[in-house]
Structures are given as structure tokens and as C-alpha cells.
Design a protein around this ligand. Structure first.
Ligand code: NOJ
Ligand code: CA
Length: 477
């Protein structure tokens, strides 16, 4: 047996499940934790190492779980804390880890901390949020101003997102202590780590300046806490910055986040030169010994088959092949493995304040119908049941790519070395013995790789030539 990977996410595949849309156990139209547990055989078959769950905490859902009203419990729509314990136990038995989504930058306006804070200027919780006598000129991310006037104490509070998402004041030592306890609470329940929301804007006093140095002291503190567990817990940040040096800063001296999402990669398009450039620079700027993390879709952006692949499965396979053969950790958003498209949402079914429902629609299982689903079922691709039965499907291809990655040391940990090639062909070597070449053009291309094709997006077996929109993994000889 191969030695276990250290740490476990090295060369691993994480699966982002949007719990409300993954699998519904009780037929109320909302996915839930028991439903997810019922689909573990699928995730195991697919070959994922961990699952990141979008927020599972009680929330008024003004921003679909990103407005947390209690950090130590489970949203009743999704189940109970016992359901979460059962999920952690069941995934643990099959070697899959659970990551929760920590939302530390802001709470719900219904969280007891904010209710106390807003009650009077003298409240001991007053300084837990950001209050000012006058409103500053600053816009919120979702439109409108970032400051809202609040009775009864007659001051303005800051919210980078909705007025119902007041920002915590991370300059307050008590806030830092409270979150240490929240991290410990979940780590002790067996959670393998957290995806951390808006980490690049965590500390904001004064607001309006991102990536403040104080953020890094919080991250070092969390990392020390996470490293105190065995196995060490994973901190995966939503580092929504478009500058790669800035991204690298969140890894610290390998003493802050272990992984920070790479948004420049997500937004590079399916363009060989742009992708090669982002990946090469990412490999260059990250601290020695650390791992990049790659994703093409998430719950905030248009699904990648629609956004960058023209809903063409040949292109979808190329994108998935790249995602799954780069060095580091790769994240699939649920449905990516099916090539699921963005769904058009009729105006009377819109829920999200920021137009993101079309990326959050119910998973297409095919062997069970969604009853009265909270968002329309769509996706315009064959279901899991159909694709599992078809060896030529996107799903079967994706599973093969994951299996190849997991069984080949070069693909788990081998260095990334760019290979020069024709315009439109993105090619690189992993370790000494494996190469990947992807033709992101409409024309065939010659290749000069000597070896055997291990996987082709078109099921071909020719290391000397690529069809238009074909990618291959080659064992070099
Ligand atoms: C990023 C999350 O991914 C997004 O869904 C949310 O709206 C904002 N942060 C605010 O928490
Ligand atoms: Ca349900």
C-alpha cells in the first residue's frame, strides 16, 4: 500500500457540496445532512478526499447561511448537530474528511452578540462590532452603503455585505477569543478544518483597506491552534484577491493558511497562455513546501461549463483534466463532475440578493426525483445515474482522472514544470515521469512527447498529436 499522503490534502480532491441542493432525505425540497450521508457511496466512488460544506449554521438566510446566528449549532433546514456528528463519523469510516465553512468576518444581525451590541452604547458587546457617529462614504459589496444607522443608540454600524450582516470588530481581543473557542468546538467534534469566508477582509478598523497586517496575526493564531490537533486541521481561505503576491501573503511563512483559493486561476478563462501564466507565477510566489489550491466553480460564480466552456463538453473535459492534474489540492464544486451548466432562474423563483441562484440548483441524481425543490432543477446535462452507466460520460472521465491522480506519485506531489509548446497548447511536466498537454484551440496540433497515453479527454491513444480540444496525460519513457 502507498504511504499515506502528508498532509492528507496533498494531491487531494475536495468536493464542495452546497448542502441545500445536494440531497434531500425527507422530501421537503431542501437538501440536508442526512441526505448527504445517504450519498457518501457516490462521493467515495468518485474518489474525493474531503467535503467542504457551505454554511451549516443556523441563519436567517438573508445571505444563505453567510449570516450566522449561532456558530455552535446546525440550521434546522439541514438537520441537527447529531446529524452532523453522524456525517463526520460516517465519512471518517470511509476516509473522507469534513470541512465546515467558517464565517468570522460578520454575523447575522440576529446573532445574540449583535442584539446585545446594538442595545446600548454601554453594552459590553458594543465594541464587538464597528460603530461610528457618522457614516463614511463606502459602498457594500451587494450594492448600497456599507454603513447603516441604528436606533436606539444612534450610531452607524459597518457591513461589507448586507445590513443584516454586521461586521465584527477583529481588533477586539474578546472577539478573537470567542472564535478560538468556536474553532476548538468543531475541531473536537472531528471536523477536519474550515473554509474561511472573506478572510482577506477579516480585520477592518478602519474599514476599506483589505489585507491589513492584523489579519495575519489572527491567521498565525488559528494556525497554531489547528496545528495543535492530530491530524493537523486544515485552514482553507477564501482569499478573494487578484494579485498572486497578495495571495501568497496569506500562507505567511508557512505559518498561516495552509491553502488559499486562487481566484486569478478561476478567472483566467480557458486560455492556454493565461492559465500557464497564472499557474507558473503561483508556483513561484508560494512559500517553499506549500501547496496551491485550484477551483473552477463555486457557489458565487457562474458554473465553469457555462462561463468558460461554451457549454461544450470537449472543453469541459479539458478544463477538468487541467484542474485534476495540477500540483496541490483541487476542488470540485458539486455538479462540476457532470459538466453541470448554469441554470436560468425564472424571476418568481429568485432567492439570492446577488443573482447567484443559477449556480446553486439541486444536484441531478436521476435515480430519485427532487420533490418540490427549493430552486428549480436544471443543469442541462445527463444525471448521475445516466452518466455513471456511460463509460464515455464526463462523470466517468472525471472519475478516471481522479483515480489516475491518486495512484501516481508524480501527480500527487511531483513538481510542476512548464513545457514550451505551440500557441494554444498548455503543457507541463509533473515530477520526472508524467506530462500533461491540453490543446485549447480549434485546430489539431503535433506533440513531441515520448511515452504512453494514460488518459485522453477523447479516449485516444496518440502521444504525438492532439485533436482540437483534446488533453492527454502521458507517462514519459
Ligand atoms: C463569500 C461567500 O462565498 C458568499 O457566498 C457570501 O455572500 C459572502 N462571502 C459574504 O459572506
Ligand atoms: Ca430536507
Amino acid at each position: 500500500m502507498a504511504p499515506p499522503r502528508q498532509p492528507w490534502w496533498t494531491g487531494g480532491v475536495l468536493y464542495q457540496a452546497y448542502p441545500r441542493s445536494f440531497a434531500d432525505s425527507n422530501g421537503d425540497g431542501i437538501g440536508d445532512l442526512a441526505g448527504l450521508r445517504g450519498r457518501l457511496d457516490y462521493l467515495q466512488w468518485l474518489g474525493v478526499d474531503g467535503i467542504w460544506l457551505n454554511p451549516t449554521f443556523p441563519s436567517p438566510n438573508r445571505d444563505w447561511g453567510y449570516d450566522v446566528s449561532d456558530y455552535r449549532s446546525v440550521h434546522p433546514d439541514l438537520g441537527t448537530i447529531e446529524d452532523l456528528d453522524a456525517l463526520i463519523a460516517a465519512t471518517g469510516e470511509v476516509g473522507i474528511r469534513i470541512l465546515l465553512d467558517l464565517v468570522p468576518a460578520h454575523t447575522s444581525d440576529q446573532h445574540e452578540w449583535f442584539l446585545e451590541s446594538r442595545s446600548s452604547r454601554e453594552s459590553p458587546r458594543r465594541p464587538w462590532y464597528i460603530w461610528r457617529d457618522g457614516a463614511e462614504e463606502q459602498d457594500s459589496v451587494f450594492g448600497g452603503k456599507a454603513w447603516t444607522y441604528d436606533e436606539p443608540a444612534g450610531q452607524y454600524y459597518h457591513h461589507l455585505f448586507l445590513p443584516e450582516q454586521p461586521d465584527l470588530n477583529w481588533m477586539q481581543p474578546d472577539v478573537r477569543d470567542a472564535f478560538d473557542e468556536i474553532l476548538r468546538f468543531w475541531f473536537e467534534r472531528g471536523v477536519a478544518g474550515f473554509r474561511i469566508d472573506v478572510v482577506h477582509e477579516l480585520v477592518k478598523d478602519p474599514p476599506g483597506q483589505s489585507n491589513r497586517p492584523e489579519i495575519h496575526s489572527v491567521l498565525r493564531r488559528w494556525r497554531a491552534l489547528a496545528d495543535g490537533y492530530d491530524p493537523e486541521r486544515l485552514l482553507l481561505g477564501e482569499t478573494w484577491v487578484l494579485d498572486l503576491d497578495e495571495l501568497a501573503s496569506f500562507y505567511g511563512q508557512a505559518d498561516e493558511l495552509q491553502l488559499g483559493f486562487n481566484f486569478p486561476f478561476m478567472f483566467a478563462g480557458l486560455d492556454a497562455a493565461a492559465l500557464a501564466d497564472v499557474v507558473k507565477r503561483t508556483e513561484y510566489v508560494l512559500p517553499a513546501g506549500s501547496l496551491p489550491v485550484w477551483a473552477l466553480s463555486n457557489h458565487d460564480v457562474v458554473r465553469f461549463p457555462t462561463r468558460v466552456c461554451d457549454e461544450d463538453d470537449a472543453k469541459v473535459r479539458c478544463a477538468l483534466l487541467a484542474l485534476l492534474t495540477l500540483r496541490g489540492t483541487s476542488v470540485l464544486y458539486y455538479g462540476d463532475e457532470l459538466g453541470m451548466r448554469q441554470v436560468d432562474i425564472p424571476s418568481d423563483r429568485v432567492f439570492d440578493v446577488h443573482g447567484r441562484d443559477g449556480a446553486r440548483t439541486p444536484m441531478l441524481w436521476g435515480d430519485a426525483e427532487w420533490r418540490d425543490p427549493w430552486l428549480p432543477v436544471g443543469g442541462n446535462v445527463a444525471s448521475v445515474a445516466e452518466q455513471r452507466a456511460d463509460p464515455g460520460s464526463v462523470l466517468s472521465f472525471c472519475r478516471e482522472a481522479i483515480a489516475l491522480r491518486g495512484g501516481r506519485d508524480d501527480l500527487i506531489a511531483g513538481a510542476y514544470t512548464p513545457l514550451a509548446g505551440q500557441a494554444g497548447i498548455w503543457a507541463w511536466r509533473r515530477g520526472e515521469g508524467t506530462a500533461v498537454a491540453i490543446n485549447l484551440t480549434d485546430s489539431p496540433a503535433n506533440l513531441s512527447l515520448a511515452g504512453d497515453v494514460l488518459l485522453s479527454t477523447k479516449g485516444r491513444d496518440d502521444p504525438s498529436r492532439l485533436e482540437p480540444w483534446e488533453g492527454v496525460v502521458v507517462a514519459l519513457t
